[in-house]
Design a protein around this ligand. Structure first.
Ligand SMILES: CC1=C(/C=C/C(C)=C/C=C/C(C)=C/C=C/C=C(C)/C=C/C=O)C(C)(C)CCC1
Ligand SMILES: [Fe+2]
Length: 530
């Protein structure tokens, strides 16, 4: 090993050669988080729930198996990877400061890297050695009552909310790559090659508001998102063109009931419609203000307020259906499409999601203490399924919610999904997601769902925590599942690897060990090499 110590505030700079990693294509200088700045690691936990070891790393990995020669580009994955500052340990998975990971594939070779996203929240925590902004469950500790009152005042302007962009990453039609979270201010532009944080993505319109959906729908031609209105409960549906920073209004949906809009972590679209979910798990302004977390954090469960789905025409902004549906809890919609009759008239919208059996306690299961205390025997992951909504367009007041397949096909675990992006908004057959091999406390398999055969193929390895399986299509293909599925696997002994499965057979085609395991991550995107 060759460690070259350089200087730098809070950093030790090292030139690293790591066993199992072949010579990098270029020298790799690794600034690592020193223990004094960020605190000590507790490496007794599963790698998935242990803070990332160092600020950044990059190098070429040894590949076992074969990476298809057509796979050219970079897979980026975002997620909360640093769960402590100094000796203070965060409470919840979603509190962690964002760690961006890249896997660059070219000519059968694989260069990997990771780097912390330099949000204001992260930089302030590093500098002041304490949390300075309101995170998912954490709030800054105030020195006195006046400091608390000052922070509440800043909450209304959004100044005290985090910009820790730890949830997703998207490539806009104009090539800019943006990391996202639930706050609008947490939209940060990054360089997909160096993973450097380039600055805030400033929306130039005047919609204001503090939050948005963490999962905009992004294609080469548009960026669609929802802006929840917490004052007059409802949602604005907005659209932004590539090359601009200005969102334009498509239309507004008023909530049917309830004190506040339902959480819209994601939403689905069809070719002509935007589906706006109104979930009984609703935002709660008081919980945003609280110093201590409540069982549902920034949200509240309002079963009496019922659940609705609204369908808005993308072209006109008109609402073409607004139906009551059975109570549901979902964070991730999988896809949606228009169902037609024999005369090609659209009769219904079908919308699929990872549905948690109308039980919001999954949020509490994702507390780090719960994730870290698994003994290997308890079967404590709450059941989830592929929930399929049918929304009639004939004016009926009710929609349906059913399981799209028998949940035991995927071990009754279901979240973190992807599809072939060519099928976005269209009738489709396959979805990829994390499922469960029980007993477990967290999804521990990768699953390929066949919505026509109503069957699943599952991949699992002892002790693993896989992240969202991300589908990349073979260029030019017309087969929906012709491509690869990428996932990053955390193992229990501090190690981890990048995994490639065949999108069709769901068999492993390649894996590459990382120099050390990376913490669990959330969502990814693909940046093709032109
Ligand atoms: C809601 C507000 C905030 C932050 C919210 C964040 C960071 C939400 C992240 C949500 C995610 C990643 C949901 C993923 C769910 C995955 C599941 C349920 C997997 C289950 C497996 O079985 C702030 C930005 C902190 C403040 C404004 C409000
Ligand atoms: Fe998400």
């Amino acid at each position: 090993m060759d460690y070259l110590s350089l200087s730098g505030a809070g950093f030790t700079r090292r030139r690293v050669a790591i066993a199992g990693v072949v010579s990098p294509l270029r020298p790799v200088i690794v600034p690592s988080l020193d223990e004094e700045t960020v605190g000590r690691h507790d490496r007794n936990h599963h790698t998935a729930w242990t803070s990332v070891r160092q600020e950044r790393w990059e190098g070429e990995l040894v590949v076992q198996g074969e990476i298809p020669s057509w796979l050219k580009g970079t897979y980026l994955r975002n997620g909360p990877g640093l769960w402590h500052i100094e000796d203070y340990n965060f409470r919840h998975l979603f509190d962690g400061y964002a760690t961006l990971v890249k896997l660059h594939f070219e000519n059968g070779r694989l260069i990997a890297g990771h780097r912390q996203i330099e949000s204001e929240a992260y930089k302030a925590a590093r500098k002041n050695k304490r949390i300075c902004f309101r995170e998912f469950s954490e709030v800054p500790k105030y020195e006195n009552f006046m400091a608390y009152v000052g922070d509440i005042a800043k909450l209304f302007s959004g100044a005290s909310l985090t910009d820790n962009a730890n949830t997703g990453v998207v490539k806009l039609g104009d090539g800019r790559v943006v990391c996202l979270t639930e706050t609008q201010k947490g939209s940060l532009v990054i360089d997909p090659d160096s993973l450097e944080t380039l600055g805030r993505f400033e929306y130039s319109d005047s919609f204001g508001g503090l939050i948005h959906s963490a999962h905009p729908i992004v294609t080469d031609t548009e960026f669609l998102t929802l802006l929840p209105d917490l004052v007059n409960p409802g949602y604005l549906v907005v659209r932004m063109e590539p090359g601009t920073n200005e969102r334009k209004l498509i239309g507004r949906v008023n909530c049917r009931t309830g004190p506040a809009p339902g959480w819209v972590h994601s939403f689905p679209v069809t070719e002509h419609y935007v589906v706006v979910p109104e979930m009984p798990l609703r935002y709660c302004a008081q919980n945003l203000l609280r110093a201590e977390p409540t069982p549902l954090y920034k949200f509240e469960w309002h079963p009496e307020s019922k659940a609705f789905l609204h369908v808005m025409c993308k072209a006109s902004g008109k609402i073409v259906a607004s139906v009551e549906v059975p109570l549901f809890v979902t964070f991730h919609f999988i896809n949606a499409y228009e169902e037609e009759d024999e005369d090609s008239r659209v009769t219904a919208i079908i919308a699929d999601c990872c549905e948690h059996n109308a039980d919001a306690t999954i949020l509490d299961r994702l507390r780090l203490q719960n994730l870290r205390s698994f003994n290997g025997n308890d079967d404590i992951l709450p059941d989830a399924r592929v929930g399929r909504f049918t929304i009639p367009l004939d004016g009926s007041p009710y929609g349906k919610l059913e399981s799209a397949l028998e949940p035991n096909e995927h071990g009754r675990g279901m979240d973190m999904c992807s599809i072939n992006p060519a099928n976005l908004g269209k009738k489709y057959r396959y979805a990829y997601a994390c499922g469960a091999k029980r007993p477990c406390h967290f999804p521990n398999t990768l699953t390929k769902i066949d919505l026509v055969k109503k069957a699943a193929k599952n991949w699992h390895d002892e002790g693993v925590v896989p992240s969202e399986p991300f589908f990349v299509a073979r260029p030019g293909t017309t087969e929906e599942d012709d491509g690869v599925v990428i996932s990053l696997i955390s193992e229990k002994n501090g190690s981890g690897y990048a995994l490639l499965l065949d999108g069709s057979t769901f068999e492993e085609i390649a894996r590459a060990k990382l120099p050390y395991g990376l913490p669990y991550g959330l969502h990814g995107c693909w940046v093709p090499k032109e």
